[in-house]
Design a protein around this ligand. Structure first.
Ligand code: ATP
Ligand code: MG
Length: 429
């Protein structure tokens, strides 16, 4: 049974064939079909020039015209249709911005990175595999098309792709390919951090992040990024639990940085340089900051008691957000000593794993917006001009409410707030 995504691809190929052009499914979709993996998208290679492709289909988007790619939309689904091409002028170890169109499928396949990515399927379903990708797949081998050393020199991003594919598909990198990768590791400095980040994100979100980390580390590739990365010090991670057990990819990043003992501020800066979004950065750094908070507030073993751990845990939830503490529970469940560099003792860690989620659930409120008084209410009650005291008093009320010391009720809160204000602010004012 062909699904509708594949039927759309066949429709495009059929149209191109009827107009006298060659057209095939190529690249990742062919590989994934042979591996019986779900196909995310079908890419099509054709002898028709991009302008011709644009005229043949009702809905097209000129996605990458300079690379010969037109997106054709069939029943709402986008397909990348790319003219057979050669990439013979590589500049600065990156893929060229200009390409040369050719009329041979084989030549088009030759420019591709790995044998398993250099296969095509025609309209009838015949496999075209000039570089023996099927054989390599069968043997569990990842191999460059042609001379590996040249291929990595042409485009250094291929080194990261190699590691990603080897990890994701659990393949052994063929010797020459691996040696060439290690030899050309310094070329990674030519690749924009954004592209490095995109590959890293996929490795970390994939099926075998630990294997990716191992390969990154043993090849020294990441040590050569344009902007030096602390995460490249992976060799320091002697014990790393199976990161793939963490469901959320960003928790995997937090875990790595925690194990490496890198502080939240440095993590933030590094992820910014890697072009992660603000939202992603917060998701990674806040659990690390929360761990550091717990580490520094619960350091004296002799004084350690459950009540105090609970109190600090809840205060951390106010400061760093409940989601960050949830993430921390996941991380510490995976690796009880994962936050030891942040000062979190194993006893604290196991308490938080066992009780942390319940403590979070128990909290009647964890953010100022949930508090049943506002700054305006406070000013009206106390009758003092607005100032920094407002936020401070509100924060104190939030802490007390969150810890269950006082109920989240307007009248009680106002009374408490007034009392607190008089104690801390009115005397000197
Ligand atoms: P996935 O989408 O799962 O990453 P993919 O193989 O489809 O896998 P794409 O980046 O979508 O990867 O690229 C499509 C095809 O283009 C690849 O299968 C490969 O043939 C070719 N290709 C992509 N990037 C490169 C590259 N840097 N060098 C050579 N060929 C490449
Ligand atoms: Mg793809």
């Amino acid at each position: 049974m062909k699904d509708s995504l594949e039927q759309g691809a066949l429709k495009i190929i059929d149209t191109l064939l009827k107009h006298g052009y060659e057209a095939y499914m190529v690249g990742g979709c062919v590989r994934d079909k042979l591996l019986n993996r779900p196909v995310k998208d079908y890419d099509i290679a054709t002898s028709a020039l991009p302008e011709r492709v644009e005229r043949l289909f009702a809905r097209t988007i000129p996605t990458g015209l300079q690379h010969g790619t037109v997106t054709v939309v069939i029943e709402g689904q986008p397909y990348e249709v790319t003219t057979f091409r050669k990439e013979d002028v590589y500049e600065d170890h990156r893929r060229p911005t200009e390409v040369q169109y050719i009329d041979s499928l084989n030549e088009d396949l030759r420019r591709r990175d790995f044998t398993m990515n250099a296969m095509a399927i025609d309209y009838e379903g015949n496999l075209l595999d000039p570089f023996h990708g099927t054989e390599d797949i069968r043997n569990g081998i990842l191999r460059c098309v042609g001379e590996a050393s040249e291929r990595f020199q042409e485009d250094a991003l291929r080194m990261l792709r190699c590691i990603r594919f080897a990890a994701e598909y659990r393949l052994v990198v063929e010797d020459q390919t691996w040696n060439a990768l290690c030899e050309h590791a310094p070329l990674l400095k030519h690749i924009a951090m954004e592209r490095v980040r995109m590959e890293m994100e996929r490795m970390m979100a994939g099926a075998s992040p630990n294997r990716a980390i191992e390969l990154l580390s043993s090849s020294n590739v990441l040590q050569n990024s344009k902007v030096p990365l602390l995460i490249a010090n992976m060799k320091r991670m002697t014990t790393l639990c199976d990161t793939s057990q963490l469901i959320h990819p960003l928790e995997r990043w937090s875990y790595l940085y925690l194990v490496l003992g890198i502080e939240a501020v440095a993590v933030e800066e590094e992820l910014r340089l890697m072009t992660f979004s603000k939202q992603q950065i917060d998701a990674v750094r806040l659990p690390i900051a929360a761990a550091a908070y717990l580490g520094s507030h619960l350091h004296d073993v002799s004084e350690l008691n459950v009540r105090e751990v609970e109190r600090q845990w809840k205060l951390a939830a106010i400061q760093y957000g409940k989601e960050s503490l949830q993430a921390l529970v996941h991380i510490l469940s995976l690796d009880g000593s994962g936050a030891q560099h942040a000062g979190v003792m194993v006893q604290v860690s196991s308490l938080c794993v066992n009780e942390g989620l319940r403590w979070l659930q128990e909290m009647p409120v964890d953010k100022l917006v949930g508090l049943h008084i506002s700054g305006g209410d406070l000013i009206a009650r106390i009758g003092a001009p607005a100032g920094p005291w407002v936020a401070k008093v509100l924060q104190q009320m939030l802490r007390e409410t969150a810890l269950g010391v006082i109920p989240n009720e307007k009248e009680v809160l106002l009374e408490k707030a007034e009392h607190y204000y008089k104690e801390h602010y009115s005397a000197g004012m």
